[in-house]
Ligand binder design. Sequence first.
Ligand SMILES: [Zn+2]
Length: 341
Amino acid sequence: MTPHLPEIERPMENSEYWLGFDLGASKMMAVVFDSSFKVRGRRRKKTKGLEGRESVTARLVEVIRGALDEAEIDVSQLDGIGIGVPGPVDEERGIVREAANLGWKEVPLADLLENEFGRPVVVLNDVDAGVYGEYRFGAARGARTALGVFPGTGIGGGCVYDGEIIHGRSVSCMEIGHVQVRENGRLCGCGRRGCLETEASRLAISAEVAQAAYRGETPHLAASAGTELAKMRSGTLAKAIAAGDTVVEDIVRHAAQMLGIAVANVVLLMAPDVVVLGGGLVEEMTNLFVDTVTEVANQRVMASFVGSFRVVVAELGDDAGALGAAAWVQKTASRYAKSSL
Ligand SMILES: [Zn+2]
């Protein structure tokens, strides 16, 4: 006989599993993490937003089940699901307020998924998830205030202050892509005109580069992409600049300057100590973006703010959103479970 038998004889189940979901406009990904945030299972699919909400949510459920299968765990072992979505959300009620690229408005996504899986679900903005991922595991570790700016098809922003994602009572925030920078500017995906996104996103850059290509001003780019907008990906633009297309470089630099002005405005409001830049454009043209944003932002702030922030490049790549969403639900699931009692 063992003299000191533990009270509970069955082995303690002390493993945790968290699922992080990154719902993008073109693709979706679910990743199952264990308690030390090692990847245990992963599944991807195209989003196909045009097929409608029912179809997207059905695919979403399928992708979650696929990731659980790959991780070889049952849904009952899952401690929570964190899902980042492309648009403003009401985190406390788990509602997607609007997601223009998916055609969603006021979608009760947390309820839909809780009914399906019976596990706690936290809905957050996808860029907030990415910035939180960088704060927990990547380029913004240890920051007091981390601002993230991710220029891509649009321009996403997010902010983590003292370990918390900053958001409003009924809507997420830091929509830096939609701050107004030009009166009566170009029409934006959000339905308004002159947003930063219409001046400095990859789509805005590509549109301008396509016009320059049409005018015959981009010999190197024309050889690889012609004048076709869809072929002007970040890598193509980077190669054209490296080959000597100065017009392309001017267009990209102008976009980076616009980002720098926007960052300066946020620095004055929030005093971030770390500014994380991410996304395909930044990955392909790191020095151009980091140097330009650092220089322009420092030129545009009051003296006390000069040099008060570091501009760094995101480290986690495509996994940032899923990692951040999983880490955020780990941090907040109990908070919401308590508040709903
Ligand atoms: Zn807009």
